[in-house]
Design a protein around this ligand. Structure first.
Ligand SMILES: *[C@@H]1O[C@H](CO)[C@@H](O)[C@H](O)[C@H]1NC(C)=O
Length: 296
């Protein structure tokens, strides 16, 4: 691990701000045999699921910190049994991962928004929410802000969860494994809806979810272990080294961003009204005691 830290700290950082990016340039459809499609000159991406297969895509780039925004419109009607996942993840047994998952439901019943954070291969940090709107009617923006101090989950810019860096207290935090963005639409009717009791109704297939307005204001892993953040894609302008470069990058306000008091209050309000599960209030899952961050 120490070697990895050294390697990452040694990389050059230059930053890349992208306006709403072109899906053709940013993503590869990785599975689903034609069920995932990039349309409208790269402005729209759709995934579909039928009885034979789901589909998925992943980012061409790997990110080491960033503010990632994506607009999603979820499977309409009877979406029970379907899961739309949208997450950042590194590779390997000690991987880090930051998850949004949308668990479908029968017509008229609410989706569950499931979130989780894995550090060093260790997850079990689920928090689940109801949404305050119907996520199948319009596009809504789902964002991950990942910087050295926080992982903040946002829905239409409303913070719903803040996983803080508490390394000083001995709790690991994702900070040196670059992550790709992945998304998929798949059948999980063995567990997803009402604990697996409600099965996918294939007479409604194919199911479809849509994506648009992807934006990554992020540090991107470039060739030779270098990283580029902010500025423009493909330039080597304003390179610097390590953390200082990212902090200095003009677009890098996300890099130091924290929730101010107002936003912390809003988050607490959303959690009090819309959170339906919190691992920190589920001691029976943790016979050895709740995870340490739960008491901080
Ligand atoms: C589906 O609706 C039921 C009933 O309102 C609810 O209990 C459940 O949490 C909802 N979501 C999922 C994913 O089952």
């Amino acid at each position: 691990m120490a070697r990895m830290v050294g390697l990452v700290l040694a990389v050059l950082l230059a930053c890349t701000a992208m306006a709403s990016a072109n899906f053709n340039q940013e993503f590869d459809i990785t599975w689903g045999d034609g069920r995932g499609k990039i349309l409208e000159n790269g402005q729209l991406l759709t995934l579909t699921l039928d009885r034979t297969s789901g589909s998925g895509f992943q980012s061409k780039h790997e990110y080491l910190y960033g503010k990632i925004d994506m607009q999603l419109k979820l499977v309409t009607g009877n979406s029970a049994g379907t899961v739309t996942a949208y997450y950042l993840s590194s590779q390997g047994p000690t991987h880090d991962e930051i998850d949004f998952e949308f668990l479908g439901n029968v017509t008229g019943e609410p989706y569950t928004l499931h979130t989780n954070v894995f550090t060093q291969g260790q997850g079990q940090r689920e928090m689940q929410f109801r949404l305050w709107y119907d996520p199948t009617k319009e596009f809504h923006t789902y964002s991950i802000l990942w910087n050295p101090k926080h992982i903040i989950f946002m829905v239409d810019d409303m913070p719903i969860r803040d996983f803080r860096n508490l390394e000083g207290k001995g709790i690991s935090f994702p900070k040196n494994q670059p992550m790709r963005l992945y998304s998929s639409l798949w059948n999980a009717d063995d567990w997803a809806t009402q604990g697996g009791r409600v099965k996918t109704d294939w007479s409604h297939a194919p199911f479809s979810a849509s994506y648009r307005n992807f934006r990554a204001d992020a540090c991107v892993l470039a060739g030779g272990g270098r990283t580029r953040c902010g500025v423009a894609v493909g330039t080597d302008a304003a390179p610097g080294s390590g953390v200082a470069a990212a902090a200095a990058a003009g677009s890098g306000t996300w890099y130091n961003q924290e929730l101010d008091l107002t936003r912390q209050q809003r988050m607490r309000w959303v959690q009090s009204k819309y959170m339906i599960y919190n691992y920190c209030t589920d001691p029976k899952r943790f016979p050895q005691g709740l995870p340490a961050e739960c008491s901080m």
